[in-house]
Design a protein around this ligand. Structure first.
Ligand SMILES: Nc1ncnc2c1ncn2[C@@H]1O[C@H](COP(=O)(O)OP(=O)(O)O)[C@@H](O)[C@H]1O
Ligand SMILES: [Mg+2]
Length: 452
């Protein structure tokens, strides 16, 4: 801003000063021409000095002193004031009124501006060239120069001050919503994630507040869901632990060694369930979205992984006399993924199928290519999942109405939440087909294949 004003003032000053010089110099040149005319009149027949009266009238200025000199074509002094110096100039065109020789000089230690013009004059039929010099002290010039500076600098200075005031005002006004927002944020507790209420702010700040509020509401949801998770998890762990404690107390009070043995057996069952729940909780926390980037995906053959998982589950199926079988293609089916997590996904689905199918039922697993995807199907002949439950079964700790909350069916409701997280991190989609036209339940998981 200041630089612009300085540049602007310098430009104006330069323009004004040039104009001033030109006007003054042209005036001087006019005077020199008049001196030339008077000289021509006074020297018609012979070379003669000019009439003092008429010249003094011409060379009178209220603020400055003026002098003249007439010199011959060699620049030698003829008349007037010998101190008025002559400077030879090249290429002066006498016919051009704007073309004359100007220069600075000094007379008796006073600085003067001199204009020199050439004239032609014939005396007694001999044509000769003369140079007329007119010099003027520079009082009025300096005075006007001062005034130009003054009249340029004052308005520019006023302009500068008003611009500064204006800029300051605008910046303050523009920043005030941000400063206000800042105060509001500073004054907040880290626990307070309610939306910030800032009204009548410019559009940009409004957007910023909107994004901040969105972020806070997401954070709020995440924190609430974490709290709920911890709460639910504690609850899930408390139930079997309370059971274990009760069994221990009963065993302590009992003298019957048979009874003690049964109690110990029950304690062992509850402990196993507890370990299972804890393992599932750990597995769930490892599949949180933020863990996704930490995993290194590898090329996995889903076919052999599925068969390997099934082998681990045959004992469980045998226990319930369930016919667990693989009926899909035996071709390798490659996907990019994390082997342990994919194992958990398949394991949880088959485990549910076995768990929620009555004895002597059937669980079929197969892999096939469907619509450019690799589709894993886990099919059972069990009780099916009520339509109302279907949207909810992937939520953490959710257990359907179709299962009993104790005994063989007992679970923590985490299995499918894990399945869903693992599917998400592998960009796989899950579909359920249950309680439609066929009995039992079918889970379909669609994986993105990699070309081999
Ligand atoms: N194959 C299935 N047949 C019937 N219901 C099922 C099946 N798989 C899952 N479900 C239902 O989904 C719910 C959630 O399953 P899951 O998350 O594995 O928890 P859990 O098995 O511990 O109950 C189960 O409680 C049950 O209601
Ligand atoms: Mg389960």
């Amino acid at each position: 801003m200041i630089i612009i004003i300085i540049l602007d003032s310098s430009f104006l000053f330069y323009q004004g000063d040039t104009l001033r010089k030109e006007t003054f110099d042209r005036d001087l040149a006019e005077t020199a021409k008049s001196v030339g005319l008077i000289f021509k009149k006074s020297s018609v027949k012979k070379l003669q000095d000019i009439d003092e009266n008429s010249i003094s009238l011409l060379l009178t200025e209220p603020h400055d002193k003026m002098f003249y000199s007439i010199r011959d074509d060699q620049g030698r002094f003829l008349f007037g004031n010998p101190d008025v110096a002559y400077q030879k100039a090249e290429d002066i065109d006498p016919s051009d009124p704007d073309d004359f020789n100007v220069y600075f000089s000094s007379i008796k230690n006073e600085s003067v501006r001199v204009v020199s013009i050439p004239i032609e004059h014939s005396i007694g039929n001999i044509k000769k060239q003369f140079f007329i010099q007119v010099a003027e002290t520079r009082n009025q010039r300096t005075e006007i120069q001062k005034q130009i500076i003054f009249w340029i600098l004052i308005p520019q200075f006023i302009l500068l001050i008003s611009a500064l005031i204006l800029v300051r005002f605008a910046v303050n006004k523009g920043l005030s919503p941000i400063l206000y927002l800042n105060e509001k944020i500073i004054a907040r507790s880290y626990k307070d994630l309610k939306p910030i209420d800032v009204q009548n702010v410019p559009l940009e700040v409004d957007r910023l507040v909107g994004s901040l509020n969105n972020l806070m509401s997401e954070l709020d949801n995440a924190i609430k869901s974490e709290n709920r998770f911890v709460n639910d998890a504690a609850h899930q762990l408390r139930t079997p632990l309370a059971g274990i404690l009760a069994q221990i107390q009963l065993a302590q009070e009992s003298k019957n060694s048979e009874e003690i043995k049964t109690r110990l057996e029950q304690i062992s069952q509850s402990s196993k369930r507890l370990i299972h729940i804890i393992n599932q909780l750990l597995s769930l926390s490892k599949t949180q979205p933020e863990a996704k980037h930490a995993t290194d995906f590898q090329k996995i053959d889903l076919m052999s992984l599925t068969k390997k998982t099934m082998e681990d589950l045959f004992p469980l199926a045998d226990l319930k006399k369930i016919d667990l079988g693989y009926e899909g293609s035996n071709d390798a089916a490659f996907v990019m993924g994390d082997e342990h997590k994919l194992y958990d996904l398949i394991h949880n689905l088959i485990e549910n199928a076995i768990k929620y199918t009555p004895s002597s039922g059937k669980v079929n697993v197969f892999l096939e290519n469907k619509d450019d995807k690799i589709c894993l199907t886990v099919e059972d002949t069990g009780k099916g999942i009520p339509k109302d439950d279907q949207p909810n079964i992937f939520k953490r700790f959710y257990r359907g109405d179709n299962v009993s909350q104790s005994g063989d069916d007992a679970g923590a409701g985490i299995g499918l939440a894990i399945v869903k997280e693992i599917a998400n991190m592998h960009d796989a989609t899950i579909e359920i087909d249950s309680r439609n036209d066929k009995p039992g339940t079918r889970f379909y998981v669609y994986f993105e294949p990699i070309k081999t």
